[in-house]
Design a protein around this ligand. Sequence first.
Ligand code: GRF
Length: 236
Amino acid sequence: MSPADGSPRASARAAGRPGPRPVVRTPSGAPVATTSARRVVVLVSGTGTNLAALLAAHDDPDYGARVVGVVADKAGIGGLAVARDAGVATAVVAPGDFADRSRWDGALAEAIAVFRPDFVVSAGFMRILGAAVLDRFPARILNTHPALLPAFPGAHGVRDALAYGVRVTGCTLHVIDAGTDTGPIVAQAAVDVEPEDDESSLHARIKVVERRLLVDWVGRIARDGMVVDGRTVRVG
Ligand code: GRF
């Protein structure tokens, strides 16, 4: 094509100026953002409010992290709808579809790897990750837990804290290791237990603080990097 075709790109080329930047679009017409943000895959089993908080932050180019994929252990959950509404690709890897735990774990590792993550965030993913996942993303998987670890690990951190009678509980962001909520701690925040609290009211208040902590630290880790040295985690 010669400059005589009159297009802005051709006349710019003829004048020695760079032409307009090409705009890449998805089949739906949405422009594809160019970004140097760290790629984050989020694992979910529930309503996905932590995921929603990350998605609310990730469009800011200064945030430093972008959710590029969401993987769930079952279909039909709120977290998948949150991802789809935000235009984020999803995968479901359900244990019931596999002959045993180790095959499920291998498939989960593959599904996560498809998105080429820099970090993986387990945000309400109610499964223990096995060796296939841990070995594939060493020291790059974070978990958010609704209690002040090492107190009250496991699936019922809020209920157990309440039953114990603690006056202060909270949430913990930690690096996942092979144990149940035993990995090196990145950050924690405290929440007072009120006399009238039940599990649901206390968990709702913890989740407000938990979302803030998660968004804050995922951004810091993405921007400044994270080094895990034994039980010590250094960010920046
Ligand atoms: C969070 O409190 C998480 O710590 C716990 O389950 C909850 C998930 O909430 N394991 P959501 O699905 O992000 O709303």
